[in-house]
Design a binder for this molecule. Structure first.
Ligand code: SF4
Ligand code: SF4
Length: 427
């Protein structure tokens, strides 16, 4: 019970206005005050005052938050409901332990060499256990397993990971140099993202540094309360980034969740535990960390280059605002500006509504909630009439691709950098 001060401080600042309730993803799925931001904060205040025990019911309630930050975005006091829930999940993990399959997954995240072997084995044997569905951008299990049902679309596996495919240095004859932080899903699963990013940087004559020793950003562990893994991975990454940060213009990341974790949550995590030296080091690095579309739009001639192509593809796009892009990092204009040079954008009715990914627990034990939150997103993508849905986040991609599949919506998912690379290839 290490975090009571935080819980009570947040609870004391809640003025009970209820502005957060209509936007709350879990409240939209389960309309109960207990599973709303105001309800969570109230319970956390009681927990901080020793008036609430972390029993199984409390555990179940706190694990039902999607950590989407929609509440923080509208709260007049900017109360960090997602962050205090991440903190209480650490206490839950201490009291109840973490399920074996999540511990196994976080062990793989801490040891990339082991993850590389597992993913390679997965690629070799994937056709035994899964039907490949390339048009849907994933694969379906051949059998019903306790967590993985046969109708659930999962990300497929690439033959070679991004980090193993490319050399450390890619010279594009330029005077500028950036580093790429790729993220685990783009490294192993959605490998077209990294390929596209390399192609785009080549077109812009920007040299590429691929830091081979980069580790997972630790977001999956942070959302699950495994703070040992968060501390281990973020410290290793910080020390590694510091070793090359002065030699690159930026570290660019084609993933909203990874960049939000690195740019925002690492500092918060260390600050909350009184490790101010590490928090300051994370903060210093932040100056050079950007999502890919933000950096390319603000710092290169890419927009002019795309405009000069004079192409307007037949396929139209609807753009989903990943929570960790728009709400956490304020990025919404940049990807749209780049895409609209060559594609028609058909906005969905609420591009800001959370897709319902929610993290490892939501995607496993509480998958019924992720499915319920995904259904309205799939419906609004269909209603937009677009051929492609784009978002700069592979967690959203995993969730939305499955929601589209399970709701019979025939729309393809792409990361914006894949669409930009396609436009640049046109003569
Ligand atoms: S983070 Fe999202 S799901 Fe959790 S309380 Fe806030 S709005 Fe609701
Ligand atoms: S919007 Fe903020 S202050 Fe208002 S009820 Fe929600 S958490 Fe409390």
């Amino acid at each position: 019970m290490s975090n009571k001060f935080n819980f009570m401080a947040t609870s004391d600042e809640c003025i009970k206005c209820g502005k957060c309730i209509p936007v709350c993803t879990i409240h939209q799925v389960n309309a109960d005050e207990v599973t709303s931001p105001r309800g969570f904060i109230d319970l956390l205040g009681a927990y901080g005052r020793d008036e609430l025990e972390l029993d199984k019911q409390a555990k179940d309630i706190f694990e039902s938050c999607f950590l989407c930050t929609a509440c923080t975005d509208v709260c007049p006091n900017s109360l960090p409901t997602d962050m205090v829930i991440e903190e209480v999940r650490a206490d839950i993990a201490q009291k109840y332990g973490i399920a074996w399959f999540k511990r196994a997954f976080f062990t793989l995240l801490r040891h990339r060499w082991l993850m590389d072997i597992m993913m390679k084995l997965g690629w070799v044997f994937k056709t035994c256990g899964f039907k490949q569905e390339p048009k849907k951008g994933g694969m379906l299990p051949r059998f019903n397993l306790p967590i993985l049902k046969a109708d659930r679309l999962l990300p497929s596996l690439g033959k070679t990971s991004f980090l193993n495919k490319y050399p450390k240095e890619i010279k594009n004859g330029g005077t500028r140099r950036v580093a790429i932080f790729i993220g685990c899903l783009a490294n192993y699963n959605y490998t077209g993202i990294g390929d596209s990013l390399v192609e785009v940087l080549k077109e812009l004559n920007i040299d590429i540094f691929i830091p081979k020793k980069q580790k997972c950003c630790a977001a999956p562990a942070y959302f699950t309360g495994d703070f040992y893994t968060v501390e281990t991975l973020s410290k290793q990454n910080i020390e590694y980034f510091e070793s090359f940060i002065d030699d690159v213009e930026a570290i660019i990341i084609p993933e909203a969740t990874c960049s939000a974790m690195i740019k925002h949550d690492w500092e918060v995590f260390f600050r909350n535990r009184g490790m101010d030296d590490w928090a300051d080091r994370a903060k210093e690095l932040n100056k050079k960390i950007f999502m890919v579309t933000e950096w390319l739009y603000k710092n290169t001639e890419l927009k002019e280059l795309l405009d000069s192509k004079g192409i307007n593809f037949e396929e139209s796009i609807t753009y989903h605002d990943a929570c960790h892009a728009k709400k956490v990092q304020g990025i919404e204009k940049e990807p749209r500006e780049l895409l609209k040079s060559n594609f028609t954008i058909k906005e969905m009715s609420d591009p800001n509504r959370c897709c319902g990914f929610g993290g490892v627990t939501m995607q496993t034990e509480k998958f019924h909630l992720a499915q319920a939150a995904g259904q309205p997103k799939a419906a609004m993508i269909k209603e937009s009439g677009a051929d492609i849905v784009a978002a700069e986040c592979s967690a959203c991609r995993m969730q939305i691709s499955n929601s589209l599949h399970q709701n019979d919506v025939d729309v393809e998912f792409k990361n914006p950098i894949e669409l930009i690379a396609k436009a640049l290839k046109e003569k």
